[in-house]
Design a protein around this ligand. Structure first.
Ligand SMILES: [Fe+2]
Ligand SMILES: [Fe+2]
Length: 188
């Protein structure tokens, strides 16, 4: 089954639970908490910057991991519809980013102004491979990395920097992330 249009839903966290069941997304409580944590931090930073679309940004970015726990068979249904790069072919866990962007594009949350947001969702796992390091990409990746559920030492410091200077937080995040993943030999 390929999702054409997702159900229409209003901007509420409980709707994530509804979507989870309806589309068998397999999102556990920890993942849901992470996603709502991203939403919260994105919204706070967007509001502090007085962006007029902070609601839309935070709702779309909340869903960046909507396909993160999707079963492999189900992921396969999306493959014909998305462009994937080699590193994603070799690391299926990374597929959740292009799949999420595809799902969002075909959802009722998507508007003509959402392109930059979907671009950020699409590259949130591989921002080093993104052609454009946009403001939205920086916002999502920084918040993804240091939202309130992240308990490692640098997370709190990074959140503070993010409120003061997002570019600086993004550069700092890249360094911490690289060191962390090198140490743990993880890619995502
Ligand atoms: Fe992700
Ligand atoms: Fe995430």
């Amino acid at each position: 089954m390929v999702l054409n249009r997702m159900m229409k839903w209003k901007f509420q966290d409980t709707d994530l639970i509804i979507l989870n069941e309806k589309y068998e997304l397999n999102l556990g409580l920890k993942r849901i908490k992470h996603m709502t944590g991203v939403k919260k931090l994105v919204k706070q930073i967007a509001e502090s910057l007085k962006l007029d679309n902070s609601e839309e940004i935070s709702e779309i970015f909340k869903l960046h991991d909507i396909a993160r726990n999707m079963k492999a068979e189900k992921q396969q249904e999306f493959i014909p519809h998305i462009d994937i790069i080699d590193i994603e072919k070799n690391n299926p866990v990374l597929l959740h980013a292009p799949i999420a962007a595809y799902m969002l594009r075909n959802s009722d949350l998507y508007t003509d102004n959402s392109d930059n947001l979907l671009y950020a969702v699409r590259y949130h796992t591989l921002f080093e491979h993104a052609e454009r390091e946009t403001f939205e990409l920086k916002l999502l990746t920084v918040c993804d990395f240091c939202e309130y559920e992240r308990k490692f030492t640098e997370a709190e410091t990074l959140r503070k920097v993010a409120f003061e200077n997002l570019d600086k937080a993004y550069e700092k995040m890249k360094i911490i992330r690289k060191e962390y993943y090198l140490k743990h030999e993880k890619i995502n």
